[in-house]
Ligand binder design. Structure first.
Ligand code: FES
Length: 107
């Protein structure tokens, strides 16, 4: 299992465990984490899975996928350098302990 900590805009933190290969979006939904909607199910069509990768983890989560930036441009909260679509970050053993911050709103 891979632990992921989701930090809400209010500062509250929730750490949950996901499976290798699962996305950061799916892991949040499976565990009832508020703040990620994932309306399109991970097909890169909604941007309701926007997250900000904690700066300590940006090297490990890698760069944005093709097309990700265009969608992030339409996100409810303005894109930042660390913005990612959480449906496009797949859990690997290297990501155990990952921290992502959630925007105030996804819609
Ligand atoms: S879940 Fe829709 S773009 Fe990520």
């Amino acid at each position: 299992m891979v632990n992921v900590t989701y930090v809400a805009a209010s500062g509250s933190r929730q750490t949950v465990a996901g499976n290798v290969g699962e996305s950061v979006m799916q892991t949040a939904l499976n565990s009832g984490v508020d703040g990620i909607i994932g309306e399109c199910g991970g097909s890169m069509a909604c941007a309701t899975c926007h997250c900000f990768v904690d700066e300590a983890w940006t090297d490990k989560t890698g760069t944005r996928m093709d097309g990700e930036e265009d969608l992030l441009d339409c996100a409810a909260v303005e894109m930042q350098d660390t913005s990612r679509l959480s449906c496009q970050i797949r859990l690997t053993p290297d990501l155990d302990g990952l921290v992502v911050h959630l925007p105030e709103s996804q819609t």
